[in-house]
Design a protein around this ligand. Structure first.
Ligand SMILES: Cc1ncc(C[n+]2csc(CCOP(=O)(O)OP(=O)(O)O)c2C)c(N)n1
Length: 633
């Protein structure tokens, strides 16, 4: 039965219904889905340009495959909004990224159509291959499809997946969503290769015509086209990116226009017909497709805050306080003017980490490695081994990827790499895959490394200078979002390792707060003074490693109540370090001690302040914990 054109989306509650639509209806639906995405993202923020770019691809996938059996894995998952909308979540889509609402990424717990949870990039081929083997071992026949972007394809794990897939020869479909963009324009030899070869228009034109002719032959046309594509391989491979994938023993199909639904369906069907091994379908899309501001500026619209849909203008902010990231970017530039050894490195996040300023000023000392965190760490180690001072700016959550490299390549050799760990702590709406709550725990136990946590933007500059002047590895962690609004106090200075600061004098209760929890602790101390009748002390360790042992010893001797606060996991984090020290130094003498931090659960998405409130990490939570400590006998 034909649905009315207007309001098609309203009637779509499962992907099976998409498969019933004709071409005109699918095209119409694409427009509705796009509008729904723009409306909601303008109000909630989110990954706009990536999702707009794959609306037609999503429709074609859902129309071609049966998601109740076939498995579909979106790489990163930041482009899966159309998928969410069309797999029964259209009505809830307005809750995207809000606390208690839909996640910004596919999650197995959220929908039976989310076949694999994602957030970090370049996992799709590996996961899909595992699923393909599971299918074959179980004697089943369904398709497994991974959709990966050209940016995500720069990562080692993607190539590890291709490599094993070619070796195993299982039936598997990889869809390469090539828009020539990562967040910024894609980098690396691979991306040059993809676009260089694609510019040979005449090759594509000729192929297209031959294939069109073959396909027009009744009944056997599709199969003939497939054989022809394979047969013409040795010729074609010189001109198309197919050569690369053929080397991995994939059948290469494409490139195909990723906004042409009938063409996409034809090519997907062709990919599905490949019986004897993995196939790669090369799809060309435009990031931000269908929304002019995003098409014009896909980097800015990759991930956005609130904006006015009519104009694409961000909703103006009522503050002039800079973000920690911005202060970091400016400070790194300032320091690099004086110290020619400083090289800035980012793994595909120049804008996100504020190193784009550095790229402009010192292009020869700036490196974007692509989405290659492990490689970036070892690459930095190589520079450091030759006397340079690499500053590796990376989000805490993505540094997890480089753990072994931090241990083996940097710390074991005591190389002076500075890890600028941005988005440390709770990041808010990106949720469980993106919170940077593990870095203290996974860095502090590595010999040789030093760890700094600036409490505000002024301290960030001093920490950065101190880290870049260390003779060994040093990490500084700072949060997502606005600074505290303090003035930057003159030129950056060198801090003494293992020396913290008493930021508020007091008695009886000492609040020991790390990094961005210092200022909320100061607020809490203010409130507590009235409630308790005395003024608590607030101590900022500045150095989470080496710990300020002398000052901690003094605190442990002179205060009967200790409240330790951090925005990181309690298991193995900063408060664990303090307790280990107090225990080993024989300083535990029955003081009442309480720890505030992130418990042993994955924290969901929500606004940063909501999540902090939930975990008792805002000033009111600190007050409550302190009062409880006061009540204990
Ligand atoms: C391991 C990891 N590093 C960095 C990121 C941040 N990130 C999210 S999307 C993205 C770009 C992905 O580019 P591509 O795969 O081409 O997808 P597109 O956004 O262009 O559709 C990056 C760098 C991430 N999610 N995971």
């Amino acid at each position: 039965m034909k649905r009315e054109q207007a309001g098609l989306l309203e009637g779509i509650s499962s992907p099976e219904q998409v498969a019933e639509l004709d071409e005109g209806q699918l095209q119409h639906l694409a427009g509705e889905v796009r509008q729904h995405i723009i409306d909601v993202v303008s109000r909630n923020g989110g990954h706009l340009a990536p999702s707009l770019g794959v609306v037609e691809l999503t429709l074609a996938l859902l129309a071609t495959f049966d998601l109740s059996r076939d498995k579909l894995i979106w790489d990163v998952g930041h482009q899966a909004y159309a998928h969410k909308i069309l797999t029964g979540r259209s009505r809830e889509f307005h809750t995207l990224r809000l606390m208690g609402g839909l996640s910004g990424f596919p999650r197995m717990a959220e929908s039976p159509y989310d076949h694999f949870g994602v957030g970090h990039s370049s996992t799709s081929i590996s996961a899909a291959l595992g699923m393909a083997l599971a299918r074959d071992l179980s004697g089943l026949r369904h398709h497994v499809i991974a959709v990966i972007g050209d940016g995500s394809l720069t990562a080692g794990e993607a190539f590890e997946g291709l490599n094993l897939a070619g070796h195993m020869g299982r039936r598997l479909i990889v869809v390469l969503n090539d828009n020539e963009m990562s967040i910024s324009p894609n980098v690396g030899a691979l991306s040059l290769f993809l676009s260089r070869t694609l510019s040979r228009r005449w090759v594509r034109q000729t192929r297209r015509e031959v294939l069109k002719f073959l396909r027009s032959i009744p009944r056997i046309g599709q199969k003939l086209a497939l054989y022809a594509m394979r047969g013409e391989w040795s010729f074609k491979s010189f001109f198309t990116p197919g050569m690369l994938f053929e080397a991995f023993r994939f059948t290469y199909i494409g490139p195909v226009d990723g906004h042409d639904i009938p063409a996409l369906r034809r090519h997907l069907e062709m990919a599905a017909a490949v019986e004897d091994g993995p196939v790669l379908l090369h799809v060309r899309t435009r990031k931000g497709k269908g929304y002019l501001p995003a098409e014009k500026n896909p980097t800015e619209f990759h991930g956005v805050g609130l904006f006015t849909p009519e104009t694409g203008q961000p909703v103006p902010s009522d503050t002039t306080t800079p973000t920690f990231t911005k202060v970091f970017g400016n400070s790194l530039l300032e320091l690099a003017e004086e110290d020619k050894r400083i090289v800035a490195i980012t793994a595909a996040m120049p804008e996100g980490t504020g190193t784009n300023l550095f790229r402009e000023r010192f292009p020869e000392r700036f490196v974007d490695t692509g989405i290659c965190e492990q490689h970036a760490v070892t690459f930095a180690a190589g520079l450091a081994a030759q006397g340079y001072r690499p500053a590796l700016a990376m989000y805490s959550t993505f540094l997890q990827r480089g753990y072994d490299q931090v241990v083996h390549d940097v710390c074991l050799q005591n190389l002076p790499v500075t890890f600028c760990v941005d988005r440390a702590g709770l990041v808010g709406e990106d949720g469980a895959t993106h919170h940077g709550v593990f870095d203290i725990a996974f860095l502090r136990h590595i010999p040789n490394i030093r760890l700094l946590a600036p409490r505000d933007e002024a301290m960030l500059r001093h920490c950065l200078k101190s880290a870049l002047n260390s003779d060994g590895p040093c990490a500084l962690r700072y949060p997502r979002g606005l600074g505290v609004g303090v003035a930057l106090d003159g030129p950056a200075r060198l801090l003494t390792p293992g020396q913290g600061e008493i930021v508020r004098q007091g008695e009886r209760l000492a609040i020991i707060a790390a990094g961005n929890r210092v200022h909320p602790s100061l607020d809490a101390a203010e409130k507590l003074e009235q409630a308790l009748g005395y003024s608590p002390l607030v101590f900022d360790p500045v150095w989470l490693k080496p710990l300020p042992e002398k000052q901690l010893t003094w605190l442990a001797r002179h205060f009967d109540r200790l409240l330790i606060v951090e925005e990181g996991v309690l298991a193995g984090g900063f408060s664990s370090a303090v307790l280990e020290f107090l225990c080993d130094a024989g300083l535990l003498r029955g003081q009442r001690i309480k720890r505030l931090g992130v418990p042993d659960v994955f924290v969901e998405h929500g606004k940063q302040w909501q999540l902090r409130e939930q975990l008792g990490l805002r000033s009111q939570g600190i007050v409550s914990a302190a009062l409880e400590l006061g009540r204990q006998s």
